[in-house]
Design a protein around this ligand. Structure first.
Ligand code: GSH
Length: 217
């Protein structure tokens, strides 16, 4: 384990999910340290004072502290599904997702903390982005065309959050292509791999190998 890069991660964080998707697809093992955002370990704060997850600490001491950079690191090493061939990580889709969409998603999700407007108003603002997704996905199976790419992988954890705020509403919403695109990702073997539950990491403990070795057949 000592030789593996260390990944600080939080299971339900969409940024950490996209990083774990890339690491799992690349099958580039890391030592995963599952953290609690409300009680971050000092080792994470020392490695990355901005203290967001994911954070990857390489064996040479270099620190990668942005999810898109972790994706790039993993897929540059090994990209068996050609995710980087299909699109670039500086895509307008990803910028719009991490920017304006995330802004409205947070307000929709935590509408009880943003009492100026009802949740439905925040949702409507977030839907501007979903309407664009629906337009793209009604003509192709992925956001960068008919092959899956980093754009799909980077975005779907955020759309999952959007869908999860009010699942009954989402099931009836006029976004059938986005719904089936999302369901495709959520039912993938890779998604099951990245959503495996790990115990909270404690200082002095070894991390958990991720992705875990395939069970012997
Ligand atoms: N731009 C960063 C954003 C990462 C981020 O904001 N992660 C959230 C969790 S989903 C976080 O760690 N927030 C800090 C906190 O809640 O204390 C990235 O892409 O990696």
């Amino acid at each position: 384990m000592a030789e593996l890069p260390i990944l600080y991660s939080f299971r339900r964080c969409p940024y950490a999910m996209r990083a774990r998707m890339a690491i799992a697809s690349a099958d580039t093992p890391v030592s995963l340290r599952e953290v609690l955002l409300k009680d971050k370990p000092p080792e994470l704060l020392a490695a990355s004072p901005k203290a967001t997850v994911p954070v990857l600490v390489l064996p040479d001491g270099n620190v990668i502290e942005e999810s898109l950079d972790v994706m790039q690191w993993a897929l540059k090493a090994n990209d068996p599904q050609g995710w980087l061939k299909g699109a670039k990580l500086d895509s307008d889709w990803i910028q719009a997702c991490d920017g304006e969409f995330k802004h409205w998603l947070d307000r929709y999700k935590y509408a009880d903390r943003y009492l100026e407007h009802p949740a439905s108003a925040y949702r409507e603002n977030a839907e501007t982005f979903v309407i664009q997704l629906e337009g793209a996905l009604s003509g192709a199976s992925g956001l960068a065309g008919d092959t899956t790419s980093v754009v799909d992988v980077a975005l779907f954890p955020f759309i999952r959050q959007f869908a999860g705020v009010d699942p009954a509403w989402w099931q009836e919403a006029p976004y059938p292509c986005t719904r089936s695109w999302l369901e495709g990702w959520l039912s993938s073997a890779l998604f099951s791999t990245i959503m495996a539950k790990y115990p909270r990491w404690e200082s002095g403990q070894p991390g958990q190998r991720f992705p875990s070795e395939a069970p012997a057949t």
